[in-house]
Design a protein around this ligand. Sequence first.
Ligand SMILES: [Zn+2]
Ligand SMILES: [Zn+2]
Length: 326
Amino acid sequence: MGLENHQSRKYVLGIIGQKHTFISQNPHLTNRSTRGGVLGYPSVSERLNIVSELIQRREDLHEYLELQRRVLQAQLETDATSDKGARSGWNDQVSLALLEQRSLVTKRPIVHFLDPAIFDVDSLISVFRRVVESLISIHPEKKGLRGLLDHIDDEKIDFMKLMEAALREDEASIMSCAGKFGVEPSLLLFLVTTSIQPFIEEFSRRVSPSFFDRWWRAHCPVCGRIPVVARIRNRRRYLMCDFCGAEYLSDYFLCVNCGNIDPYTLKYMRIEGKPGFQIDFCTKCKHYIKVIIEDALREPIPRCVEDILTLDLDVEAKHAGLMRNG
Ligand SMILES: [Zn+2]
Ligand SMILES: [Zn+2]
């Protein structure tokens, strides 16, 4: 079914940029993600509470929330330490201002310039091991997971080399390693990066707000991921990274998938009965991003569960023939 048909059924289509003019304002609804409100991205333990509470209420989302809960549990111990998986003293070796500068000049995410030697390999491997064990308990049929644990024990995996490939987005090395150990490359990347997630999140919290506001690119300035959710707040659109928690300014006229900035080919779709949400999409590449309109929400959506709590928008977008980022 084409997009035109949806317009007549239950969608409202529009041109991006005009959309926020008719959003009702509700000053009482606030969210802890508000930048300038100091609260920032919730910690692993705070997110664990949010997800555990949601699991009680949202049986329909149990599978997704449970996976997230297990990963957070695996990260909890490392997140509670002051260095969060890095070697002590890493702070003295890393100049954040210099990294921000290199990132702005090259337009590459900050993690590209991080030296993997700052990490404490034993700490990372213990998170990795816990996540793999958790996945085995949920999905015992998943190929290669037990083998990964054996290879880690036998030191057949050069974990830091793998980490470096993940930081540099070196797909060829990840694929080659995944092939060698019989796991899907995306799964291997997920497992490796969950071990440094507490550190990268902390790093993201320390990045200066002006760096985020000067970035103006689609991919995350800290970790390089392409966002799947944006928030409109105070008539500005912020892109949300669900890996490191970064939120950064974005032009309304930007397709985060193909970089299209032509306002005539960037549109949005609203769904009847869901005033706090819309789907921004690009008619050139047919990709979309889910958008949370904070002032119009009936109930605030915490950071970290935006993607899971808007899975119904993915279903609507798929019906409309659109493709998800990433
Ligand atoms: Zn990020
Ligand atoms: Zn596009």
